[in-house]
Write a protein that binds this ligand. Structure first.
Ligand SMILES: [Fe+2]
Length: 393
């Protein structure tokens, strides 16, 4: 029997209308100056007002910070950290997609540390996070990244990504209100939704999976499997938005504890070298990575097939695992995401640089049930270029 360390930290509110819990939660901390970190688009369409208006009405001093970009570069993080230190804030609220939430966590923690954010990067930094930082409340407006329940802040470097990670980056409160996701465009719903699905699938096949994370992951796959297409087709479909919100939250809890694996490892270089969004990078690789490793986790792939609404009753594990890959492929296609790397205009000549960057993701690759070495990684990328699932030689 193995021992699992499980962290389900943030006090969370989920469900339609759960944003109403924000004010009572803020009151508990009695902040003097609140910093709200949010995407500029959300401020523009007035969604952020739904967070700031009730606070301002109650007399809180609220400062809006909107210098947030997708897949935020390190410099974006540095600027926000300086701004937070100079502003003497005593609470940070993140409102938005994964980028806004990741930046909010980073700012809240590094506000009480010294030196630039680069010093605290996981791979190349020289300093450790030592203090909890300012209280932080995270409010996702997309159903995908799970950032509201993880302890990681991802930052983009020149051609790769690095993270600041520590349990002090965990939110004090997460408010996961599907009502806030209704205005998310179809393309973003699709990409973030497949990211959430990938979190659940990879947590389920991870070598660090446990009975607890299995339960979370399978329920996430069920909810996302039955509602992602609907949420993409009709963003106003309330039940679909509720399912996606809960699915994304459960997938976040699952992967924070069990980890992600090969899909995420090989997706990072696509973001780093070609600026493909995190969700789309995962989506385009999902069938190819799962197809490559399926024999190492066939029984689990059969479970995933069933959770996606398929039926493995009359199939061998081998057949069910194959069908699971087909089902994943179909889902990615149905939500309108290109199914090959060529579909993202990535030249075939990039095979080697992608492979070399993929190999570097050792920490994530270590969770794959099938060890993925350099040749395997090259074969998987190659299969994603030609659009035909490959198997280990
Ligand atoms: Fe992800």
């Amino acid at each position: 029997m193995s021992v699992s360390k499980l962290v389900f930290a943030p006090l969370s509110y989920t469900g339609w209308g759960s944003l109403k819990e924000l004010l009572p939660e803020v009151e508990k901390y009695d902040p003097k100056k609140i910093l709200v970190v949010t995407d500029p688009m959300l401020a523009q369409i007035g969604l952020t007002d739904r967070v700031t208006d009730p606070l301002e009405t109650e007399g809180y001093s609220v400062t809006l910070y909107t210098d947030v970009v997708p897949e935020p570069p390190l410099e974006t993080g540095e600027k926000l950290v300086s701004f937070t230190r100079n502003g003497q804030f005593d609470m940070v609220i993140g409102v938005g997609g994964g980028s806004a939430l990741d930046l909010a966590k980073l700012a809240a923690v590094l506000a009480v540390h010294e030196g630039p954010a680069v010093d605290y990067l996981n791979l190349t930094g020289t300093k450790n996070v030592e203090k909890k930082g300012l209280p932080k409340i995270l409010i996702p407006t997309t159903s995908g990244t799970g950032s509201e329940v993880t302890n990681i802040s991802v930052l983009s470097l020149e051609t790769t990504k690095d993270v600041v990670t520590h349990d002090y980056l965990l939110a004090d409160v997460a408010i996961v209100d599907p009502e806030l996701t209704v205005s998310v465009p179809a393309k973003v719903t699709a990409a973030t939704g497949i990211d959430a699905l990938t979190h659940a699938v990879e947590a389920y096949i991870s070598v660090n999976a446990s009975p607890t994370t299995d339960g979370l992951a399978l329920q996430a796959i069920r909810l996302i499997g039955r509602s992602l297409r609907k949420a993409v087709e009709d963003g106003s479909d309330k039940q679909a938005r509720i399912d996606m919100s809960n699915g994304s939250y459960l997938a976040g809890l699952a992967f924070f504890n069990a980890g992600v694996a090969g899909v995420h490892a090989l997706a990072y270089p696509l973001g780093g070298q070609f600026h493909i969004s995190h969700g789309e990078s995962n989506a385009v690789l999902l069938p190819y990575v799962m197809g490559y490793i399926r024999k190492s986790c066939a029984k689990r792939m059969a479970d995933i097939l069933n959770a996606l609404g398929g039926n493995s009753t009359y199939l061998s594990e081998e057949e069910a695992s194959y069908k699971c890959v087909e089902e994943l492929e179909r889902l990615v296609k149905d939500v309108g995401i290109p199914s090959t790397l060529a579909g993202f205009d990535i030249p075939a000549s990039a095979l080697e640089s992608l492979t070399q960057d993929g190999v570097k993701q050792k920490r994530i690759l270590a969770r794959s049930p099938l060890p993925l070495l350099e040749d395997d990684i090259r074969q998987i990328y190659q299969s994603a270029f030609v659009g035909a699932v490959a198997e280990p030689k």
